[in-house]
Design a protein around this ligand. Structure first.
Ligand SMILES: [Zn+2]
Length: 285
């Protein structure tokens, strides 16, 4: 039995189980200050252990950026995040002490990439990317069966993107302005249209999908050239917008490169299998 934490900017989701179809306990925690939020997550596992549950390990997939170098004095910490109060937060220490269970720690997108490889849309592949289009944009890459870390971890959301000719939007990335995330994240969509993506309708929604699709195509093109993945699996809230799911713009041609782009399935299979299947049908066309 394993424990898992999806540590997001607005909620932590804690689970115990052996896979998406075999979850025996779950708890959703709204994010407050670090001590309160992490304390609530730790208590969830402490209570499970006290009830006699056997945990082999706990995996934490967290929003970042993160210090992932084992042996580094700040290993397990969130480094410099725009999220107020969370820079420098130790995400591993509170779980490593007192639970008596091995802890593994990585970015949320790397954890999602592993899940897609094990249970989802990247099963059986050796090289693939999981890309999330949500509040932010991020990606995790598996190359030759192993997650790519490098010095820290890739920041695929911050790659430079070619601007659409008619697009005068400045971008919202606090570091770069008009990078991939700055132009095509949920935050960017909200700034462009004055409303969250989920609330858009009609022409605004079509315009938003067109913009996201354009930058998705441009971003995906760079990732394909850099890493040559067999498949890019796209998840995140924007990929779940009502109407046609964002997919690479028509100018994206995968045929010459061979990389497939498809929606994620692992993180959806427990919540909405029917929708996931529908999307697979659409994207397959
Ligand atoms: Zn950026």
């Amino acid at each position: 039995m394993f424990g898992g934490i999806e540590a997001g900017g607005t909620k932590f989701v804690c689970v115990i189980g052996t896979g998406p179809a075999a979850i025996v306990a779950t708890k959703r925690i709204e994010v407050g200050d670090p001590a309160e939020t992490i304390g609530a997550a730790r208590n969830f596992f402490l209570e499970a252990l006290a009830e006699g549950m056997q945990l082999d390990a706990i995996g934490i997939g967290s929003f970042g950026p993160l210090e992932l170098r084992h042996g580094h004095p700040r290993y397990g910490c969130i480094t410099t995040t725009p999220k107020a109060g969370w820079s420098g937060t130790d995400m591993v220490g509170p779980f490593a002490s007192g639970l008596g269970v091995p802890i593994e720690f990585d970015t949320d997108v790397n954890a999602a990439a592993l899940a897609e490889g094990r249970w989802g849309a990247a099963r059986g592949l050796r090289s693939f990317i999981y890309l999330t289009l949500g509040t932010g944009v991020g990606g995790g890459a598996v190359v030759d069966g192993r997650l790519v870390h490098g010095l820290g971890h890739p920041e695929m959301g911050h790659i430079a993107v070619e601007r659409r000719a008619d697009d005068v939007f400045a971008g919202v990335c606090p570091f770069h302005g008009d990078c991939f995330e700055g132009m095509a994240s949920g935050t960017a969509v909200a700034a462009r249209f004055g409303r969250r993506a989920e609330a858009l309708e009609g022409a605004d929604r079509d315009a938003a999908i067109s913009i996201i699709a354009f930058y998705l195509a441009v971003g995906v093109r760079s990732l394909v050239y850099a890493l040559s993945p067999e498949r890019i699996v796209v998840g995140g809230g924007l990929s779940a917008m009502p109407g046609s799911p964002p997919r690479p713009a028509p100018n994206w041609s995968s045929s010459s490169l061979g990389t497939q782009v498809c929606p994620n399935t692992a993180s959806r299979c427990s919540s909405s299998p029917r929708r996931s299947a529908t999307w697979q049908g659409r994207w397959a066309r």
